[in-house]
Design a protein around this ligand. Structure first.
Ligand code: ATP
Ligand code: MG
Length: 489
């Protein structure tokens, strides 16, 4: 029998000990054991036991049990969010599967061996007893961890025909761990790919998101394509294979999309950017036209077609609508920063309104992914840096009387007549606030305004103009600083 000393949090050890004291067996199992064996941080802690749900509930003060799989959530006192609820599931043996989705019934078992045999992959089918350090590994999981392969427990085709989602899980787990898919398991995927049609879009979405958020989404989607399952996830991506682009690109549309996505992953950017990078040119196959004049392919309007296609793809994948809207708008406007004719501050302001202030940086990041995805080494050429500087400029609050916590109408209320004196007073106040920002309170400014109101026109105009020049200089200096920051001087 194998044994090991793995580092398990005390809350989890205590839980297992309580089950043992109650006369039951208790093992850690699944992803957490696998992760401990490869020194990876487990995402959650799963315990399996020969106790039945009611027996588990009887042993702990606070539990909940509201599912069909026998899983009882045990509430611990831990501060760590991953440990607040630890899931304890009775050993299960799976009966017949007749729909390629889930077993016809859930049956509990008294044997750990039954439970391990129903698990998807050998690396996920190792059990660990924390009190004794005993490792139960009946399917060669440790060997496969050493070989860095994902292999099904028992016959691949049979296991994929029981639950077709396992094919996508194989790709996902191999992307997360950087393991290869073992040859027979890969052949089983090729043979059973079509069964994925029966899987709900929600279950597929969850695996796809984890593939996209893994460190290697490009490799994973290549593998999914080669094994014939990508077409059941996002069929539109298959249409981009072999679609050549214009001379500025070295890769076909498919490879360009995957490379763009990979750059988003390399930069650890959000799911929104990753989805947008993956789909930004999805409209290209449908928009490609030959231009005799240019002697090259053109893709006019592909961002409009692509935004519409992305909306459908994301809806179909049950991506939450707020996220889908962001991704679609990033795709719709992704050509903006490549158009040299657009470089004006007002055009930049318009694009900020179009994508929303909260998403403009994402649009710039998408542009970076797009650029890297063409195989060009330079991520930030002058034009893009210029745009970044202008985005900062458009988003900053300019130095002007609008910054003041007082306005013209308040000064009129204090007794000043409408006319040029109002502007002079505001500019004089602005200069004082620039010298000492603490003075920018309504109370302070009203007091000073009353004093300034006593000055004659000549004195007040001089103060006002001095303040105006000063604020224009400072504003100019701020813009200059931004340009220096982006190296566009
Ligand atoms: P992670 O914790 O990183 O998400 P995981 O391997 O724990 O990875 P889960 O989806 O949490 O993945 O599943 C927990 C365990 O349940 C797996 O390790 C595996 O043993 C088993 N399992 C999950 N889904 C299936 C499935 N479709 N078929 C068979 N066993 C499965
Ligand atoms: Mg898990």
């Amino acid at each position: 029998m194998d044994s090991a000393k793995l580092s398990v949090p005390p809350e989890v050890v205590a839980l297992c000990n309580a089950l043992r004291k109650g006369g039951f067996e208790a093992y850690l199992v699944g992803g957490c054991v696998r992760d401990l064996l490869i020194s990876r941080e487990p995402k959650d802690w799963d315990i399996t036991t020969n106790a039945k749900p009611e027996q588990i509930q009887a042993l702990f003060k606070e539990t909940f049990y509201e599912n069909d799989f026998g899983t009882v959530g045990v509430v611990t006192l831990s501060e760590d969010p991953r440990l607040k609820v630890v899931e304890v599931t009775p050993y299960r043996i799976e009966g017949a599967y007749s729909n390629a989705r889930h077993p016809d019934e859930v049956k509990f078992s008294d044997n750990l061996a039954d439970d391990l045999a129903r698990r998807d992959f050998t690396v996920n089918a190792i059990a660990y007893e924390p009190a004794t350090g005993e490792l139960v590994d009946k399917h060669g999981g440790q060997e496969d961890i050493k070989r860095r392969v994902i292999a099904t427990v028992r016959n691949p085709s049979e296991r994929f025909n029981e639950d077709a989602l396992r094919m996508l899980r194989a790709v996902r787990i191999s992307a997360e761990l950087d393991f290869a898919i073992e040859t027979e398991t890969a052949a089983g995927i090729v043979a059973s790919a079509k069964q994925l049609e029966k899987i709900s879009r929600e279950r597929m979405r969850d695996e796809l998101i984890r593939i996209l958020m893994s460190p290697r989404p490009m490799q994973a989607l290549y593998v999914a394509q080669k094994l014939g399952i990508l077409r059941y996830v996002i069929p539109e991506l298959e249409d981009a294979i072999g679609v050549d682009q214009n001379q500025a690109h070295s890769f076909d549309v498919f490879e360009h999309l995957l490379r763009s996505l990979q750059h988003a992953a390399d930069r650890d950017w959000s799911l929104e950017i990753r989805l947008a990078a993956l789909l930004h040119d999805i409209g290209k196959p449908a928009s490609r036209r030959w231009s005799d004049e240019k002697k090259d392919w053109t893709f006019h309007g592909h961002e409009v077609v692509g935004a519409r296609m992305a909306r459908k793809i994301l809806n179909d994948l049950r991506i939450p609508s707020e996220m889908a809207t962001t991704v679609v708008s990033l795709i719709r406007w992704h050509m903006f920063f490549s158009d040299p004719n657009m470089i004006t501050l007002s055009a930049v302001r318009r694009i900020i309104t179009n994508v929303g202030v909260g998403h403009i940086k994402e649009l710039l990041n998408l542009r970076i992914c797009d650029r890297i995805g063409t195989g060009r080494p330079k991520e930030q050429p002058f034009r893009l840096r210029k745009y970044m500087s202008m985005v900062d400029e458009a988003m900053r609050d300019p130095i002007s009387v609008a910054m003041l916590n007082i306005d013209g109408s308040q000064i009129i209320k204090l007794g000043e007549a409408a006319g040029p004196r109002i502007g002079w007073i505001l500019h004089a106040l602005l200069e004082e606030v620039l010298d000492d920002p603490k003075k920018n309170t309504e109370e302070c400014l009203e007091g000073r305004a009353c004093e300034l109101m006593k000055l004659d026109n000549e004195k007040l105009q001089a103060l006002g103009e001095k303040g105006k020049n000063r604020s224009e200089e400072e504003d100019e200096a701020e813009v200059q600083k931004l340009r220096e920051k982006h190296h566009v001087n």
